[in-house]
Design a protein around this ligand. Sequence first.
Ligand code: SER
Length: 327
Amino acid sequence: MMTGNEIRESYLKFFESKGHKILPSASLIPTNDPSILWTAAGMVPFKPFFTGAAKPDYTRVTTCQKCIRTPDIESVGRTARHHTFFEMLGNFSFGDYFKEKAIPWAWEYVTEHLKIPAEKLWVTIYLDDDEAFSIWNKVVGVPSERIVRMDKDTNFWEIGVGPCGPCSELYVDLGAERGCASPECGVGCDCDRYLEIWNLVFIQFFKDEEGNYSPLASKGIDTGFGLERVASVLQGVPSNFETDLLREIMDFTAGLFGLKYGADEKVDVALKVIADHCRAITFAITDGALPSNEGRGYVIRRLLRRAVRFGRLMGGEPGTCAQSYLD
Ligand code: SER
């Protein structure tokens, strides 16, 4: 079984062996990018390298980026896989390789290094991306019935103003027992059966403030590999929150309330929310954001309030968490 730390290191080393420079995570507070509040993906610090606005020192880079994403906040704790704070591993090409390498490398890493059985893997591609289809099918050998074409909502990546493009995702089928049992359940279903673990973005457009897309002078690769999700698969646990990356925080919090994880569903949701939000708040404040009434500060305040509210649902007195974390 691989620990979260071992997965992180193995990913970075794999891409180092493919000529990538390992760089440290950037701050959660984006630099010179008023179009977004948080670094919400590994590619955010590299936008100027994709557009050509700045020249990178390396054309192949790999990172483990701390990310904050809040649109899914209401799903945190209720699903196995949603977070406001998470770590995204990624490999990036700035005008260097494109799909022909990104796709086979992703497959090689997942099947040969992580040893996830090929027959459990599913792939999505953007509607008309026949090139990606052909690489997955002919070069890698994924059967055509496990390559699903999806529309712009799911298979086109963009964040604020800047570089963007169609994408291709890798999913693990966790088995029917993890699914919703609906006859329509399949890749892309909201339930926990098909877990997206890797998003490969084929960067080739620039999106401006008005929402217009124009082709970039050179194409690039931006991938996002969810550390917590992959840890849950490799560790054989039912959610990200039971991996070694988060479980300790939940057990510690449960202890503060004299409770145990796994005994009551409502308590479990609360413990997951608190674990997630405490990580987000801690990393955000470490990177220089502070609670306030607007922007990033308001997000921290909201996370703090939600964590406290879920603490109260478990019967905590005001200050239970704060006091104990200080002790
Ligand atoms: N930017 C893409 C994502 O966040 C791939 O890294 O999913």
